[in-house]
Ligand binder design. Structure first.
Ligand code: AMP
Ligand code: ZN
Length: 134
C-alpha cells in the first residue's frame, strides 16, 4: 500500500522510535501516547484489520505483543498493562493498517480504557449466544 503511513513506518521509509524489529514486524512508540511507553506492533505487510490478517501472522503479532509486555513492564516499571486492538471506524480505528496497542499503565495515570457495562437479561444473553453459535 503505497499511501499507507504504517507501511512506510514498518518498513523503515519513515523514521520512528523503534523498540523492536524482526522480519515480521516493527514495534514503535505511539506519537500520541495514552501513557508513557505506549507502543504499536506494526506488521511489515499491509493488512487493514484483524479480519484480513492470516492466522499464522495473527499468532506472530500476539506473541510479539506478549514478549514486549514483559520487557516494557520490566524496564518501565509500570503497574499494569492494556493490550488493545481496534478494527473499523466504529471501534475507534483511525489508521487502517493492522496494529496492536501496547499500553503500560501506572497508578494514577488518569487514563480510562474501558466501556460502560450493559445489563442484558438472561434471555438476551441466551439469544446472543444462540446467534453466535448458530
Ligand atoms: P487506532 O485508533 O487504533 O487506529 O490507533 C492509531 C494510533 O496511531 C493512535 O494511537 C495514534 O496516536 C498513532 N499514530 C498515528 N500516526 C502515527 C505516527 N506517524 N507515528 C506513531 N504513531 C502514530
Ligand atoms: Zn499499510
Amino acid at each position: 500500500m503505497s499511501d499507507c503511513i504504517f507501511c512506510k513506518i514498518a518498513n523503515g521509509e519513515i523514521p520512528s522510535r523503534t523498540i523492536h524489529e524482526d522480519d515480521f514486524c516493527r514495534v514503535i512508540l505511539d506519537l500520541g501516547p495514552a501513557a508513557r511507553g505506549h507502543a504499536l506492533v506494526l506488521p511489515k505487510e499491509h493488512y487493514a484489520n484483524i479480519y484480513e490478517l492470516p492466522e499464522d501472522k495473527t499468532a506472530q503479532a500476539f506473541v510479539v505483543a506478549r514478549k514486549m509486555a514483559s520487557r516494557m513492564t520490566e524496564k518501565l516499571g509500570c503497574d499494569g498493562f492494556n493490550i488493545v486492538q481496534n478494527n473499523g471506524e466504529t471501534a475507534g480505528q483511525t489508521v487502517f493498517h493492522f496494529h496492536i496497542h501496547l499500553i503500560p499503565r501506572y497508578k494514577d495515570d488518569g487514563q480510562k480504557i474501558g466501556w460502560n457495562p450493559g445489563s442484558p437479561s438472561d434471555e438476551e444473553l441466551d439469544e446472543t449466544a444462540r446467534i453466535i453459535n448458530g
